[in-house]
Design a protein around this ligand. Structure first.
Ligand code: ADP
Ligand code: MG
Length: 366
């Protein structure tokens, strides 16, 4: 959708180009560019301190970029010679500490940013309270509500003036785990129905996978990868990008003639320098236990390559899967496999492991 609109040169709802900001000589946001279409949710995902909030604050207009341009519906709100104040940008904000006004009712909070006649304001307030499933709560005060209900009031308040762009900074991190999934889904539904372009900041990969149409993975002030959740998870650009989404196993080898020999057989490693070290990266759910051949020894004819033998160190049950750690015979290293359901072999059980070639990633050693 994004690509098609770009081709037709239709302005995106939110466009950011080359955004850059340093504090005390240290670059915190470097050359960040992104586009979000109306009705789309982009998650800016990255570890704490990588520059997510600073990016969001610059788009909101509460932090001034050193360089770059920001356009909303094709109109420049920041750029050379242009710097619109936050209230003139048409953006809605929602932060982790979304403090409601304690002296105002729920309806008063939602109506706070609205202008116009009283009847129109009340209609909008009622419409939003219904959308966030709080019809009838208008007369209550914030202290009478649960954390989750307060969060929904804050969402209604931010959406009330029909912002063209919604900027959300870790909006769910103050909620307890049990509530969070339900509130995320409900929030997504309301955001989609309102049709704003949403830029949501989070340091939690699961939250980004759950919420985003597109993920922008950020590290050290830069966007290192962008794409649909499926693509970012399954085709990471480098080892660190892979490791950000799950634990990983790494097998190091040396590429020779576009092949890397390992205890798991040969891997095709085209494009890697002859004699260059490579890391073969496998997520725990893709490290397969070769039950058929268990104990019968290597079989180089299987498509998964050669099984390698390890002995169980430890097995734990996590509810949806079991996590089994192996000490590998070839070098004593530890590899971890995640097995769906219940699989709890005893310590010292020998088993054969395999790596499917279409389920691993090869990077230059780092
Ligand atoms: P994130 O939201 O990804 O955790 P931030 O954008 O809040 O990261 O911060 C990125 C870096 O910039 C951090 O090292 C932070 O300390 C620094 N930083 C943010 N705001 C300021 C500021 N006003 N003055 C100096 N340093 C700042
Ligand atoms: Mg932050």
């Amino acid at each position: 959708m994004t690509a098609a609109s770009e081709r037709l040169d239709v302005p995106q709802r939110l466009e950011v180009a080359g955004l850059t900001r340093a504090f005390g000589g240290r670059a915190v946001v470097c050359d960040v560019s992104l586009q979000v279409a109306a009705g789309q949710v982009m998650c800016l995902l990255g570890p704490s301190g990588c520059g997510k909030s600073t990016t969001l604050r610059m788009i909101a207009g509460v932090e001034t970029p050193d360089q770059g341009r920001i356009l909303i519906d094709g109109q420049e709100v920041f750029g050379p010679g242009v710097n619109l104040p936050p209230e003139a940008r048409g953006v809605g904000l929602m932060f982790q500490d979304f403090a409601l006004f304690p002296h105002l009712t729920v309806a008063g909070n939602v109506a706070f940013g609205l202008v116009g006649d009283k009847a129109a304001k009340m209609r909008r307030v009622d419409e939003l309270l219904e959308k966030v499933n709080l019809s009838g709560f208008g007369v209550m005060h914030p202290h009478e509500l649960s954390g989750g209900e307060q969060q929904r009031v804050a969402l209604a308040r931010a959406l009330a003036p029909r912002p063209r762009v919604m900027l959300m900074d870790e909006p769910f991190s103050g909620l307890d785990n049990r509530l969070r999934d339900g509130i995320r889904d409900a929030t997504l539904e309301v955001l989609k129905a309102e049709g704003a372009a949403v830029l949501l900041v989070t340091h939690e990969p699961e939250e980004a996978m759950r919420m985003a149409d597109e993920i922008a993975l950020m590290r050290d002030g830069r966007i290192v990868q962008r794409g649909a959740p499926y693509n970012v998870y399954n085709t990471p650009v480098d080892r660190a990008a892979a490791a950000f989404f799950s634990d990983i196993n790494v097998i190091r080898g040396t590429s020779r003639g576009a092949l890397t020999e390992t205890p798991f057989g040969a891997f095709l490693t085209p494009g890697h320098a002859d004699g260059g070290e490579v890391d073969i990266v496998i997520r725990p759910q893709h490290l397969k236990i070769d039950f058929d051949r268990a104990g019968r020894g290597p079989n180089p004819t299987v498509p998964e390559g050669t099984p390698a033998r390890g002995v169980v160190q430890r097995a734990r049950y996590l509810g949806h899967a079991s996590l089994v750690e192996f000490r590998m015979e070839f070098d004593g290293s530890i590899l971890t496999a995640s097995v769906p359901g219940v699989f709890l072999p005893k310590a010292e059980t020998p088993l054969w492991l395999m790596i499917r070639r279409d389920r691993c990633y090869v990077f230059p050693a780092s």
